[in-house]
Design a protein around this ligand. Sequence first.
Ligand code: XMP
Length: 553
Amino acid sequence: MADKAKTHRVATSDDIEVSTYLEIAKELQGEQFAAPEAISPAKETVAIIDFGSQYSHLIARRVRECHVYCELVPCDAPWERITALQPKGFILSGGPASVYQEGAPLTPLNIYESRLPILGICYGMQVLAHQLGGQVSPGIKREYGQAILHTTDDDSPLFAGLPRSLSVWMSHGDEIVELPPGFKALAHTENSPNAVIGNGKNIFGLQFHPEVVHTPQGKNIIQNFLYQVCGCQGTWTAGNFINESVTNIREQIKGGKVICALSGGVDSAVAATLIHRAIGNQLTCIFVNNGLLRREEPERALNTFRNNLNMNVVYVDATDRFLAQLKEIIDPELKRRRIGEEFIKVFEAEASKLGKVDFLAQGTLYPDVIESTSAETKAAAKIKTHHNVGGLPARMSLKLIEPLRYLFKDEVREVGLSLGLPEDMVMRQPFPGPGLAIRIIGEVTRERLELLRAADWIVMNEIKKAKLYRELWQSFAILTDLRSVGVMGDFRTYGYLVAVRAVTSQDAMTADWARLPYDLLARISNRIVNEVPGVNRVVYDITSKPPSTIEWE
Ligand code: XMP
């Protein structure tokens, strides 16, 4: 799956003369610093120094797409944390600050002293220019949006295989007005004479954002940096990840016992399967059917884990308990709370029947980790922290095992497929923990759940037939509490209104309503009113997020 890298012109620490820069940097910062410990080039990792850009996680995704492992490290992280990664190079992210402002975040000087390759992006380029003796000033005008980049250095490894003019995406107010000693411009745009800079060795800066989709060849530039400058080989593959994880999990768990809550979702399924591959029946999965799942979902999941993968699964049908908790509850947040609390009670009761358990496995992903760690740093704003089974480890004194905590969703899916999980399960659209309860406006009852399941089944079925399922972030039905008058045959009806929602999104933080073909919408509407008794009207939700949210509750 990985492209084999061609590594001509690999820079090594021996052929670089950075002491001049370091002297300048030390002088500018007035700081003494210790030399770092020797950095081993054995492991192929790139460290992304995060200055708080909203695109930092996109840099990480692009690097991973190039099959190179990377981690985002806050710019104020201790140097030991960075060296522990044994990086082969550094990428300095963008960020909201201006380097000439007091207290602006700076790159740890040890990074320059390590003599390893550095790629600065936007603020990352300005900060390296500033620290290495150049000058950054507010630009005469902000440059925001598309620009044409003209390269002027045919030999630069960054541009290998690329045309001399490319479309790039800019978003900056500051600009470099004086290059650091030894640096030269490698490319320019109409407004930025120093759109790409380099020191002729292994330090580069880009004024534009190669990580966003609006820079169509941005990934090639990142790949060139990784392969041609850092000398990476592209060893980050699902197969390698599985092998390494299995060894680590065995080491971590030893003879211990692990429990894992299965939800039918991708993340818990992949985490459980990976752990099962490592330690077999030392793992017990607990599958709580809260009665709020979609049609056939519990049966399919159970069949996969028990029959196909031979995993130890305790199945609990707790529908009655959950519905009792939801009786007469209308407020969405109260629904969520009741469902969460009931889940913990059921899960704990089942877990206590298993005797002593040591670990709780969770399907935490890297975006959750980034969100919670970046919230601890000065540079970025907190978005939200999401815990699947919040509260459990503290109450049950369990240690956490999170084998996917360094993976992005698309990597989890690749790993899931490599582990032999069915494509249907692995490529499933996200489904909220509180399930159909937050897609029923008003009280959740058995009858209303059945009604929604039937409508939801039709939406899913038609979207899949139209081969749009994977293109959409989510597509589903909502049962509203609104009733309206209709006519069927010669009779007046007074039935429920079902809404259909289909959205495109990259990460659920923002979303747009999907422009589904009219004939597909017509088929969905026609089938719902004909096949779901009690529903006589269907509407399509055409609001984006923001201002709406994806779910209705
Ligand atoms: P909203 O509705 O906030 O949803 O735009 C963003 C994403 O999160 C999912 N979602 C939830 N997931 N528990 C979850 O596990 C919840 O309470 C919850 N609420 C929303 C939603 O399906 C979408 O993917």
